[in-house]
Design a protein around this ligand. Structure first.
Ligand code: MG
Ligand code: MG
Length: 266
């Protein structure tokens, strides 16, 4: 039996958090490899296959291929999500060739010894336009704001408001169609972890941060509109105006005094 908070959110023991860190460390190893590989001329399929080889060799299984299980045969078709430029999330690896100036979001989730790790980064390839580079830096900063402000006893809205304010005051859109999530033995557990505050929104439910909660925080910020649409492949999410989008994610445990990032490679 898992311990849970009053709202039913599962709480992890220190031992379970350490097992999640092992999974998170492997995800970081994959993302570091993606960084090394992501050069002009490489295909997204080559990257995706290298990611698969790396986590499989470590005894893990991927969490994305075939997800979700309830749409049998129609789940996500690749091992990682690779989302280039205007693609927000859930891009499918294929014969697309990476070009100088691209920004390449890579999201990787693995299951190791029964515990999940989930993280994403956006890789800047060569000469990225200054406005797009600034978008990436700002989105990474939004994730850092969350890490610095996660404290037990705080409501999530206090953290999310700081994230949203920084992004929007910098002139960027905050994607609302996709949000972060609790993570543990399952990739997606309660609670939903939005990067904005809108208590009328159906994705929005307040929760209080408690020691032992583990959440995947994953801001997605855009150069133009925050509105998105899904392409005909049923997965790839793009910005409605086709302007660039950046995505960074960490799996984070709430401790007695703050945040413990489980996917930073320590
Ligand atoms: Mg992810
Ligand atoms: Mg996630």
């Amino acid at each position: 039996m898992h311990r849970r908070d009053k709202g039913g959110i599962k709480l992890k023991s220190p031992d379970e958090v350490e097992r999640m860190r092992a999974s998170g460390r492997l995800v970081r190893k994959v993302l570091n490899l993606m960084h090394e590989m992501c050069k002009p001329g490489v295909t997204t399929l080559e990257m995706d296959e290298a990611a698969y080889e790396t986590y499989t060799a470590a005894g893990a299984t991927g969490l994305f291929k075939g997800y979700p299980e309830y749409i049998e045969g129609k789940g996500f078709p690749a091992n990682t999500c690779i989302s280039v430029n205007e693609e927000v999330v859930h891009g499918i690896a294929g014969d697309r060739v990476i070009q100088d100036g691209d920004i390449v979001g890579v999201d990787c989730g693995v299951l190791l010894d029964g515990w999940c790790g989930d993280a994403a980064t956006t890789i800047l390839v060569g000469n990225v336009k200054p406005d797009v580079k600034k978008l990436c830096e700002a989105t990474q900063h939004v994730l850092n704001i969350a890490i610095e402000n996660i404290k037990p006893g705080r409501k999530w809205s206090q953290v999310a408001r700081l994230m949203q304010n920084y992004a929007e005051r910098s002139g960027y859109g905050v994607v609302r169609d996709f949000v972060g999530h609790g993570v543990g033995t399952q990739l997606h557990e309660d609670p939903k972890v939005p990067n904005y505050v809108d208590k009328r929104d159906s994705n929005w439910k307040e929760f209080t941060l408690r020691p032992g909660m583990v959440i995947a925080v994953e801001p997605m910020c855009t150069l133009g509109t925050a509105q998105t649409e899904v392409l005909a492949d049923n997965w790839t999410v793009v910005t409605l105006d086709r302007k660039a989008s950046a995505h960074y994610e960490h799996t984070i445990a709430v401790t007695e005094d703050g945040a413990d990032v489980l996917t930073d490679g320590r």
